[in-house]
Design a protein around this ligand. Structure first.
Ligand code: B12
Ligand code: SF4
Ligand code: SF4
Length: 242
């Protein structure tokens, strides 16, 4: 076994950026993983992202966070994703930049024991809803993956009360659909809403992974960026973006 066959090499390097290795798999054609270069399919795909606010201390000190240019988290992710891919002789793929988007939710379910939650986001047995993806790296070598065969039971199946569905002040979630416009209009018209400072109240109402709820400045950062992106989508009056 050389160093790059060992899964620990990848997770330890990623941790330097506050990123967690979020599992991996050996792709087949149906996984729709792009080639590394023309004609060379990756033999391993590894996913990386944050669990709780794990990236926040590194990201909030980065050039991208401080330079006041658009999309700081995406630019930070691109810089680190491309650098690690180059270091490991692979290629980086990102969850943003579409449409079309790379199928990260499908890849994530294949890489780890995850299920879609009542809110649409993926439920993790430890982190609950408090995790996300920053990039995936395709590698030419076959890395031995430590994938557990045990599928933990899906938390939503035994959650009788489903407090998430009642957590949103405007019922933007109905258990099958997320009404993005309703969420956006409420946030825009209610500057004092708890969602702005603490994050989505429907997500917070879920008892799973409560030790990983995003810290306030991290949650507020995402909400501000979400509002900005949806303002471009829902407002015809460009003066809304100030
Ligand atoms: C487009 C998109 C959105 C759109 C949703 C579009 C719509 N429904 O109208 C918008 C911008 C609204 C959105 C919002 C958020 N998103 Co989003 N989103 C994506 C993205 C880039 C593509 C999904 C897609 O279109 N796939 C293609 C279609 C064909 O597949 P699909 O399965 O039908 O996709 C649908 C769902 O993914 C859903 N969706 C996407 N995001 C979210 C978030 C929530 C809360 C829900 C219920 C549904 C939902 O909308 C898609 C289109 O209908 C993915 C990343 C990726 N590459 O997959 C992230 C992704 C799904 N989003 C994610 C997250 C975390 C969010 C936010 C919570 C971000 C945040 N602030 O932290 C917010 C929710 C805002 C809030 N109220 O808090 C994570 C989910 C992680 C997880 N634990 O499962 C992903 C995987 C991104 C990532 N970097 O990890 N998102
Ligand atoms: S509150 Fe219950 S139903 Fe809702 S996402 Fe959490 S575990 Fe699932
Ligand atoms: S951010 Fe607030 S308004 Fe939007 S879905 Fe979550 S709880 Fe509802």
């Amino acid at each position: 076994m050389n160093g790059l066959d060992n899964i620990g090499v990848y997770s330890q390097r990623a941790e330097e950026f506050g990123l967690a290795l979020r599992g991996g798999f050996h792709p087949v054609d149906e996984d729709s993983v792009p080639p590394l270069v023309a004609g060379q399919s990756p033999r391993t795909l590894l996913l990386f992202g944050n669990v709780g606010s794990s990236i926040w201390s590194v990201f909030s000190e980065s050039t991208e966070f401080k330079d006041a240019e658009p999309d700081p988290l995406n630019r930070w992710s691109e810089r680190i994703g491309h650098a690690l891919a180059e270091e490991w002789g692979g290629a980086a793929f990102f969850p943003f930049g579409g449409p079309p988007y790379q199928p990260f939710l499908k890849w994530a379910k294949k890489a780890e024991c995850l299920e879609s939650s009542m809110l649409g986001m993926l439920m993790h047995p430890t982190y609950g809803l408090w995790h996300a993806y920053r990039f995936a790296i395709g590698l030419p070598q076959e890395v031995i993956l430590d994938i557990t065969a045990d599928q933990p039971s899906h938390a939503c199946n035994s959650c009788d009360e489903k407090p998430c569905l009642g957590g949103c002040p405007v019922n933007a979630f109905d258990g099958s659909r997320y009404d993005v416009e309703r969420c956006y209009r409420y946030l825009k018209s209610t500057p004092g809403a708890a969602c702005h400072r603490h994050g989505c109240q429907a997500r917070i109402a879920c008892p799973e992974g409560s030790g990983y709820v995003y810290q306030t400045d991290h949650a507020a950062f995402h909400m501000e960026k979400f509002l900005l992106s949806q303002s471009e989508r829902f407002e015809t009056d460009s003066s809304v973006i100030k």
